[in-house]
Ligand binder design. Structure first.
Ligand code: FPP
Length: 246
């Protein structure tokens, strides 16, 4: 039985989030520049998106560029942005063919204009697709997102369109970039690092975390299936006891 066949379709996570890590180390192992790792990481993105859509995942969020990544060497930042523009442009037709809708979260206005425009165009061109939503986290950090949400909520309180006592979990969730996207049930991080790194801090509150030593450019469909199988064997209690779940 293949790994894919072992997956229980009735217990699929609706949303999977991925921290794609290890491109730089992978390139170094090959004696190449870091960007070579990112270029090969695109193949893993393609394979993972295809696998997720194939088995019926509804939302896939991929951490492509963090707010902190702006501090990397200038050449790497420029090369990554060019790679993003190129990839988004090259993949839009395939997204449409597979009915995948593209969305993005993060401080998108901070992206270079060509990258921003390419992204908006792809989002617009794929907006009616319904099989799966691919969310790219770009110039994203969770603390940035939470600060923004707090500012917007504070403004509403100041304008008296919202009272402070009405603020609840839903108010916060609706002011995050992920408003209308369900929280991920499963978060995967590659490259052996066991950290969340400012990624979806609010949304990951009850997510199952899965870590693999594989470096991102080596991540393939089978690795995604393995992560999902691991998830399906876990008991999600949300603070309750095992007995209460029966
Ligand atoms: C982390 O590896 C990877 C990134 C910061 C960039 C991820 C980007 C891609 C895979 C390419 C484009 C993606 C899309 C969605 C079009 P790292 O550089 O931190 O690796 P290291 O920890 O080994 O240095």
């Amino acid at each position: 039985m293949s790994l894919k066949e072992k997956i229980n379709p009735a217990k699929l996570p609706e949303h999977i989030a991925i921290i794609m890590d290890g491109n730089g180390r992978w390139a170094k192992q090959q004696g190449e520049q870091r960007i070579f790792g990112h270029e090969n990481g695109v193949k893993s993105v393609r394979d993972t998106v295809e696998a997720a859509a194939e088995i019926g995942i509804k939302y896939l969020t991929m951490y492509a560029f963090s707010t902190e990544n702006w501090n990397r060497p200038k050449e790497e930042v420029i090369a990554l942005m060019q790679l993003l523009v190129y990839t988004i442009n090259a993949e839009t037709a395939t997204l449409n063919k597979n009915s995948i809708r593209l969305q993005a979260i993060g401080d998108l206005k901070s992206l270079p204009p060509d990258c921003y425009n390419e992204l908006q165009e792809a989002i617009e061109n794929t907006k009616n697709n319904s099989r799966m939503t691919l969310v790219l986290a770009l110039s994203y950090s969770s603390r940035w997102e939470i600060i923004n949400a707090v500012k917007e909520i504070a403004q509403k309180v100041e304008d008296k369109t919202l009272s402070a006592s009405e603020i609840n979990e839903d108010t916060i969730a609706q002011h995050l970039c992920t408003a209308n996207i369900p929280d991920p049930e499963l978060m995967i991080r590659t490259s052996g690092e066991h950290r969340i790194s400012n990624f979806l801090l609010w949304q990951l509150a009850y997510s199952e975390l899965y870590f693999t030593d594989k470096l991102w450019p080596d991540f393939r469909k089978e690795d995604l299936f393995e992560a999902i199988l691991d998830y399906q064997n876990r008991e999600r209690r949300f603070g309750k006891t095992s007995e209460q779940l029966v």
